[in-house]
Design a binder for this molecule. Structure first.
Ligand SMILES: Cc1cc2nc3c(=O)[nH]c(=O)nc-3n(C[C@H](O)[C@H](O)[C@H](O)COP(=O)(O)OP(=O)(O)OC[C@H]3O[C@@H](n4cnc5c(N)ncnc54)[C@H](O)[C@@H]3O)c2cc1C
Length: 293
């Protein structure tokens, strides 16, 4: 580990000012949120930004606001709040479940949702549930906003569509449609301070309580360069009655949709097998959730 490199620290009190500061620093400035990724990388000598810009003093960046048909989450909201807030636990509990297995209490009380998204680790915990929920991100540069589905945001490990002087300013999540169930399952070697060996987020929506599957999203994590949709699994689920046989078939297809690597945490073959097991488990839990409402 190195000593932390020298940097200038800015803490603007408006998003317009933050955009201005970041634009002036050109590519030598970076946003810092909780610092649980960026500080580690700076200490390792992997990053040495000359300027760090914190959004912490900007009103609204750490809040969850209900809007018509959904919620808007500020990028600086700490992960622990995704578990604590009543609204999250009651209506968006998929995100709360994923938040509750991120890191440890210490990390969850510093790490932010925005940092977890922008850092773009292939095994990060919040992108899979957010993608399953169809979340969108709003990015700002020179005071102008653009909106992207989270599905289109990730490029590869550590790489996203965000431009160097752009800021993630909002995460928008729609309310779940009626007859929707979901689940997030994370396979780890131990129960805390562990990134996923494999993780799966699923969301299914039926057309009526005993009806067919109207919409299905199956997101696989830690088994490709970024979180991905298991497209073939999603395809066979839609339009069908949810049964154990259908879920087994979808889970088996999901394992053909991934392209994992072998590393210290697990072999590629093992990861594919675990995708099948976890997908099946998550689909069954999602259906049970719909039936028990
Ligand atoms: C011990 C330990 C355990 C961990 N365990 C897990 C785990 O189980 N699961 C998991 O997913 N992660 C884990 N992490 C990784 C990390 O904690 C998370 O990715 C965290 O959510 C990052 O958020 P942060 O606020 O700390 O980001 P920061 O470190 O502040 O920033 C991360 C990156 O995002 C950029 N950024 C942040 N906010 C914005 C914004 N609004 N606009 C533009 N760019 C922005 C920064 O410039 C930086 O490049 C762990 C980390 C540690 C140290």
């Amino acid at each position: 580990m190195h000593l932390l490199p020298k940097f200038d620290f800015y803490e603007p009190d408006s998003m317009a000012e933050a955009c201005k500061v970041l634009a002036e620093t050109k590519t030598e400035g970076k946003i810092i949120a909780g610092g649980t990724d960026i500080m580690v990388n700076m200490k390792k000598g992997l990053l040495s930004p000359k300027y760090l810009v914190s959004l912490a003093k900007i009103p609204g960046v750490s809040s969850i606001e209900p809007i018509t048909g959904g919620i808007v989450i500020g990028p600086n909201l700490i992960v622990a709040k995704l578990i604590e807030f009543d609204l999250m636990r009651k209506k968006f509990n998929l995100l709360s479940k994923a938040a509750s297995v991120l890191g440890s209490p210490l990390i969850r009380n510093r790490a932010t949702i925005g940092g977890n998204i922008v850092t773009a680790r292939p095994a990060a915990d919040l992108p899979p549930p957010l993608m399953a929920m169809g979340a969108r991100v709003v990015l700002m540069r020179k005071g102008k906003e653009r909106e992207l589905p989270l599905d289109d945001f990730f490029v590869g490990p550590g790489q996203t569509k965000i431009k160097p002087t752009e800021i993630l300013v909002k995460i928008i999540v729609d309310d779940p449609p009626p007859f929707t169930g979901w689940d997030y399952v994370k396979l780890m070697h131990r129960n805390a301070l562990e990134i996923a060996i494999v993780a799966v987020a699923v969301r299914i929506t039926l057309d009526s309580p005993d009806g067919i599957i109207k919409d299905a999203r199956v997101i696989l994590s830690a088994v490709a360069a970024k979180a991905i949709h298991a497209v073939s699994a999603e395809k066979i689920l839609i339009g069908e009655k949810p049964t154990a046989k259908l879920f087994a078939r979808a889970a088996s297809l999901a394992s053909t949709d991934c392209t994992p690597i072998t590393d210290i945490r697990g072999g590629a073959e093992y990861r594919c097998a675990m995708v099948e097991t976890l997908t099946n488990r998550a689909l069954s839990a999602a259906l049970l959730q719909i039936k028990s409402k």
